[in-house]
Design a protein around this ligand. Structure first.
Ligand code: DCM
Ligand code: DCM
Ligand code: ZN
Length: 267
């Protein structure tokens, strides 16, 4: 995969962070271009299957053991694995490393790269429900192709919306991020974003902040009970058909936009 969603989230974040956050992170990440966040957004996926990075493979999601579609929710004590961790504990841990002035700069830079990536992951609703490995085991058809639901959400929907992401992910992601930024600032999301998108964001309480985000994505997946049952290839169904009544694309955009909020707290 190209990591297109992560790159887009990072570009949106760079459109919203304060000037002091920009210069702080540009220095830490040794990149004074506009790509300082986007350029590191997929790094965590590139190391998760390496020998060194294996300990991080459980950090990308949290498998909520709720009971869809009647009882939804994410519970930190119940759902975050004690040994392997989860995306909520990872955000807490790497946020505190990033802010820890006792740590060497390379460690703080590494922590920043993890935070930038996991903020994207936690806003992917399939990363916050215990359903067939985040939907990787749910077979669906999308535009006539047999795919798994996780891939459809991560890549196919974005590709359909934006076009050509495989060839040039960075320019395409930048263009999409700039369009979404405009919608947030003065377009169709302006009222919503100004009144509520940063509510509950608290840099001194990363667990509560991250849990709030996880709960929102979980609610979206958990209440869409229909597809949670379509796990076997023989019962492949059209993802487009199951979602016609839901504002799927705008939810995705809205959630990814939320990701920017996290970085606003930094100075
Ligand atoms: N991905 C995405 N949007 C997100 C989260 C992930 O498009 N909010 C994509 C980027 C990669 C793939 O997922 O193509 C990698 O897997 P992971 O979900 O662990 O990042
Ligand atoms: N994933 C998830 N929930 C799980 C397992 C995996 O959301 N319980 C995500 C992480 C990656 C993608 O699915 O984005 C593929 O993971 P893996 O290669 O570990 O199966
Ligand atoms: Zn990931």
């Amino acid at each position: 995969t190209t990591g297109f969603g992560h790159i887009t989230v990072a570009y949106i974040a760079s459109n919203f962070v304060s000037d002091s956050t920009t210069s702080y992170l540009q220095t830490l990440l040794r990149n004074d271009t506009g790509d300082y966040l986007a350029g590191v957004a997929t790094w965590a996926d590139s190391i998760r299957y390496t020998k060194w990075g294996r300990f991080t493979s459980g950090f990308h999601f949290i498998d909520a053991h709720d009971n869809p579609p009647t009882y939804c929710g994410v519970d930190y004590d119940r759902d975050c694995k004690k040994e392997a961790g989860c995306v909520v504990s990872a955000l807490q841990n790497y946020t505190s490393q990033l802010l820890d002035t006792e740590l060497p700069l390379w460690r703080r830079a590494q922590a920043a790269k993890f935070v930038i990536h996991f903020v994207g992951d936690i806003h992917q609703p399939l990363h916050t429900e215990d359903v067939a490995r985040g939907g990787n085991g749910i077979h669906v058809t999308f535009e006539g192709k047999e795919l798994n639901l996780h891939h459809v959400w991560d890549t196919s929907i974005a590709e359909k919306l934006v076009g050509g992401i495989r060839r040039k992910p960075y320019p395409f992601a930048k263009k999409w991020a700039d369009e979404l930024t405009e919608e947030i600032k003065s377009g169709k999301y302006a009222a919503e974003s100004k009144s509520g998108w940063l509510r509950g964001t608290n840099i001194t309480d990363p667990i509560a902040t991250a849990l709030g985000w996880a709960v929102e994505g979980n609610a979206l997946v958990c209440t869409t009970g229909k597809f949670l049952k379509a796990r076997k290839p023989s019962r492949a169904r059209s993802w487009e058909r199951t979602t016609t009544k839901r504002p799927l694309l705008s939810s995705r955009s809205r959630l990814q936009r939320l990701a920017s909020g996290w970085l606003l707290g930094w100075t």
